[in-house]
Design a protein around this ligand. Structure first.
Ligand SMILES: [Zn+2]
Length: 51
């Protein structure tokens, strides 16, 4: 069974499930690449804050 990490509670859940069985987080139909873009934006924002 393939699993994916819930971005809300960080638990491994079934990759096919539409929502997290633990915290009811609804998985959007986006690739994991989207998460990295968000992290990158946060890092860029932090750099600007500290400059
Ligand atoms: Zn969850």
């Amino acid at each position: 069974m393939r699993t994916k990490e819930c971005p809300s509670c960080a638990m491994e859940v079934d990759a096919k499930s539409k929502e997290c069985p633990i915290c009811q987080y609804e998985f959007a139909y986006v690739s994991t690449g989207y998460k990295w873009i968000a992290i990158l934006l946060i890092i860029i924002m932090l750099i600007y804050l500290f400059l």
